[in-house]
Design a protein around this ligand. Structure first.
Ligand SMILES: [Zn+2]
Length: 402
């Protein structure tokens, strides 16, 4: 099955190259085969897709979601409900995100293995949904960010347990390992400014995960926690709230990617009070907004790679509204619109690693694409409105937008 997509405006996911015009994309059995100038010889195809007049981007990647979480105000919901139930609901959330243009989702932790099961059911074609990478249970120290009345992480103390916990996640089918190296916003008894897990524990996790070809994503808010994790060469620094220039250097020298998830504390601080989110969680979120903005600006100034993640599932941070992060990266993080889109395409692709052929419109990559009405380079807000997402291809096949 050959498809030919005609474009007059395309971003391939490469910021050096920028926007290209008047290209044809040849897709064969769901994989991009060739990019052709429209002045050259036009190959035969079974289907012609005319995308001229729309802006074509690689399918967006959200590097940080929690499909098991509802975005509601009841932080304990995921503890009291069955994992089997949240797995079924997660399929609904995954489809909403797909329809919004997010063809790949990286789920960074749930109370069990339900999102791994969802990923496998989609892979085996029992149900339709986006590409998913899933972490299983996050690794956290006793009393850490993932060990509270609101979170059932895999508790580890010491390098031996750390190694074993990585192996457990991989045995369950995890694609990526999630760890908590600092306090956080939704844990009542810790402080975002404190580091969690010792350096020898983080070292053990990274060694074991990398030996099994898994990336490590570290929830890291405090500067000390970020620095520990960066020095241990985790792969992505999630949240990256309290950066300074020295820590930026460690991150850059190790060629790591930060995933700020700026939308998450903003939504909790804006909407949490009326909805009954606990006071302490609103306070932590509110205290994060300003440092977050400073940190992302500092990261940009220091030349760090910035990836796109939303932490969707946290209070009022709804699955399917993932595009909101584009607007905030530009408005509060001082990224250009193209840099924000690059965060969700080329950079996010690099964060997943070379075995995942997503996030770029290049030969050999999956034909995951988003066709957008309006010009997000002129006005990034275009990407926050699902109605501007006119067509989404997942492996060359149309997804059900409505
Ligand atoms: Zn998260």
């Amino acid at each position: 099955m050959k498809q030919l997509i005609k474009t007059d405006y395309m971003f391939k996911g490469d910021i050096e190259e920028g926007i290209t015009q008047d290209k044809f994309i040849l897709v064969e059995n769901g994989t991009i085969r060739e990019i052709i100038d429209n002045s050259g010889v036009i190959p035969e195809a079974d289907e012609i897709i005319d995308a001229r007049g729309l802006k074509v981007f690689p399918g967006f990647i959200d590097l940080h979601v929690h499909l098991s979480a509802t975005a509601g105000s009841n932080l304990a919901q995921s503890i009291v409900e069955k994992n089997e139930y949240s797995a079924l609901r997660a399929l609904h959330y995954a489809k909403k995100s797909l329809n919004a243009g997010f063809t790949t989702l990286r789920d960074l932790g749930s109370n069990g293995y339900q999102i791994i099961a969802l990923k496998e059911a989609i892979r085996d074609k029992w149900v339709k949904g986006p590409r998913i990478l899933a972490a299983g249970r996050p690794l956290t120290e006793t009393g850490g960010h993932g060990d509270s009345p609101f979170s059932n992480g895999r508790v580890i103390d010491g390098p031996v347990e750390a190694t074993k916990a990585v192996r457990e996640q991989i045995k369950a089918g995890a694609d990526v390992i999630k760890i908590h190296v600092s306090g956080g916003g939704t844990s009542p008894h810790d402080n975002p400014l404190e580091p969690q897990l010792n350096k020898d524990e983080i070292d053990a996790i990274v060694k074991e995960a990398h030996s099994k070809f898994r990336k490590v994503a570290a929830h890291a808010q405090s500067n000390a926690g970020i620095r520990n994790a960066a020095a241990s060469r985790v792969d992505t620094i999630e949240h990256a709230l309290f950066l300074d220039d020295i820590t930026c250097n460690v991150i850059r020298n190790n060629n790591l990617i930060i995933v700020p998830t700026m939308v998450s504390p903003i939504m909790t601080s804006l909407k949490g009070k009326d909805a009954g989110v606990p006071e302490w969680a609103i306070r932590k979120a509110s205290e994060a907004v300003e440092p977050h903005s400073k940190s992302v600006k500092m990261a940009k100034k220091n030349g760090l790679k910035i990836g796109f993640g939303t932490d969707a599932g946290t209070p009022f941070n709804f699955h399917g509204n993932n595009g909101k992060e584009f607007e905030i990266l530009v408005g509060s993080g001082d990224l250009t619109p193209l840099e924000a889109i690059y965060a969700a395409t080329g950079i996010a692709s690099e964060a997943l690693g070379p075995s995942y052929k997503v996030g770029k419109i290049l030969p050999g990559f999956n034909a995951d694409m988003v066709f957008v009405e309006g010009d997000p380079i002129d006005d990034i807000v275009v990407l926050t409105k699902p109605s501007n997402i006119k067509r989404v291809l997942l492996g060359g096949i149309d997804v059900d937008i409505k």
